[in-house]
Design a protein around this ligand. Structure first.
Ligand code: BG6
Length: 494
């Protein structure tokens, strides 16, 4: 067995506001895009429902990120179900949920702030006090149990007004609005929060085109521009945060790790995988950790027909606003190939690729690859040499509640065990891994499909895809397993 987890290693779990809080129109909160996004399934996409300038309504697929069509306004349509409206009602259950996290022994809890709960449209001068109060209570609740909050400032949660009226992140003005938002948080929660992440899966904007191979040039250009603006906003947040409290530790959060493998040892496949990892992962991490675009960016821009519009000081801001640590979400790996006739039916978190014949796949088609976690940890730490956190990981699976109310989820335990073992190996490899917050430690609304029955939690929530359920919480077998893992600081995985 590899090295033990170091003293003080953070064990916990992760959530996001829009997927768990519910209370979408309560206490002054404004709407976000997820509030006009319908439920989907493994085969049916989620739709963003909008009203067009001519008064017609539309259901738009593939619009989880990227700009809203000009003139479109999000609306809720009769007969459609919007699962994020109520989520798992964490807003009203947070005390009970925190107590359950504490019972498992969590020392860290990753959560996000709903921007529109603090600034309902994103443009207000003054924050919504009720929103600030809610998060203050959550942080205090966590601290009372000695749980360190890890706060994602933006987790797919831009106020809808900014998306509709200002064109979203393609518009540089949003950098200023985000600055006001982050400054408010950094001042309000000083002493309650120490660890921050600026944007969840910031690289997701560049991964969209995998799902839209025929995406028009302006779409691609728009996403590169939006990402650039987010890089600047993130860098500014790092500087702002450190100025407000030098003890703040501010990190980036990037999806997937360099998780594309070559399907064969054909050098062309090696290059294809390298290229995919550069575009999907290193492009973003290099900017945020090293403070500059990597050399390969210039060719990427040229080949994609991208011309970034940069402000005079943007590059200087990127250079000084480098992060204190790097974090990423890790679920699965995929394969790249240049060979004809290979199906790209391997799915995953924002990725697609060829299936790996050596791996098993989940019911949602995501590969299960614990070695890939060790591999990506080594790649990331080897490149940057700064502390790393794995802030999402887990198995989305359907669970059954037995007649006696118990929930047996050996598949989830098996998945998590293998990944904890992989982290132990990576520690032994010398990686400075400091935290593990598996995704959806409590069941919540899936981001890609909007389903409840794609469950990641160690805590079961009685809520279903048709909106029924009592929101009652129950401990799954994995709850007791993870409690033991934490108690033994990762040495008892039985
Ligand atoms: C990541 C996101 O993409 O993966 C989460 O940061 C998301 O918001 C998670 O929930 C798992 O994906 P899904 O689609 O199974 O919920």
């Amino acid at each position: 067995m590899a090295a033990k987890f170091p003293e003080g290693f953070f064990w916990g779990g992760a959530t996001a506001a829009n997927q768990c809080e519910g209370a979408w129109n309560v206490d002054g909160r404004g709407p976000a895009r997820t509030d006009v996004t319908t439920v989907g399934s493994a085969t049916e996409p989620r739709y963003v429902t909008v009203k067009m300038p001519d008064g017609s309504t539309k259901k738009l697929a593939g619009l989880m990120f990227g700009a809203m069509p000009a003139g479109a306004h999000g609306v809720c349509l009769d007969g459609e179900y919007y699962p994020n409206h109520e989520g798992i009602d964490f807003y009203h259950h947070y005390k009970e949920d925190i107590a359950l996290f504490a019972e498992m022994g969590f020392t860290m809890f990753r959560m996000s702030i709903s921007w529109s709960r603090i600034f309902p449209k994103g443009i207000e001068e003054e924050p919504n006090q009720a929103g600030l109060e809610f998060y203050r209570n959550v942080f205090k609740g966590l601290r009372a149990y000695g749980i360190e909050p890890l706060v994602t400032i933006s987790h797919y949660d831009t106020p809808l007004y900014i998306e509709e009226e200002l064109g979203g992140w393609e518009n540089r003005e949003v950098i200023e609005l985000f600055d006001r938002f982050t400054e408010t948080l950094f001042r309000e929660y000083r002493g309650l929060v120490k660890y921050w992440l600026t944007f969840n899966e910031i690289n997701s904007l560049l991964m969209l085109k995998l799902f839209m191979p025929d995406a028009p040039l302006e779409f691609i250009q728009g996403n590169y521009q939006a990402l650039h603006n987010q890089f600047v906003a993130s860098a500014r947040a790092v500087v702002r945060g450190h100025a407000i409290d030098p003890a703040y530790q501010i990190g980036c959060m990037i999806a997937g790790g360099p998780s594309s493998y070559p399907l064969t040892c054909d050098p062309k496949d090696i290059l294809a995988a390298q290229h995919r990892n550069q575009e999907s992962f290193w492009y973003s991490s290099d900017v945020m950790v090293r403070g500059a675009y990597p050399a390969f960016a210039h060719r990427m821009w040229r080949e994609n027909g991208v011309e970034l519009v940069m402000g005079e000081n943007d590059l200087a801001e990127l250079a000084v606003g480098t992060v204190d640590f790097i974090s990423y979400s890790y679920y699965a790996t995929n394969c790249e190939t240049t060979h004809e006739g290979v199906e790209k039916d391997g799915k995953g978190n924002l990725v697609m690729g060829a299936k790996n014949p050596y791996l098993q796949y989940s019911d949602w088609g995501w590969s299960i690859d614990a070695d890939g976690l060790r591999y990506t940890l080594n790649e990331i730490y080897g490149r940057y040499g700064i502390p790393v956190m794995v802030v999402e990981n887990g198995l989305g699976a359907a669970d059954t509640v037995e007649a006696d109310g118990s929930i047996h989820d050996p598949y989830r335990i098996e998945y998590l065990r293998a990944h904890v073992q992989a982290m132990a190996e990576a520690l032994d490899d010398g990686v400075d891994l400091i935290a593990y917050t598996p995704w959806g430690c409590i069941d919540l609304v899936a981001a890609s499909t909007g389903e409840m029955h794609k469950r990641y939690g160690m805590i079961y929530v009685d809520r279903h895809d048709d909106g029924t359920g009592t929101f009652e919480r129950r401990r799954k077998d994995s709850f007791f397993w993870y409690k033991k893992v934490i108690e033994s600081n990762g040495s008892d995985l039985s």
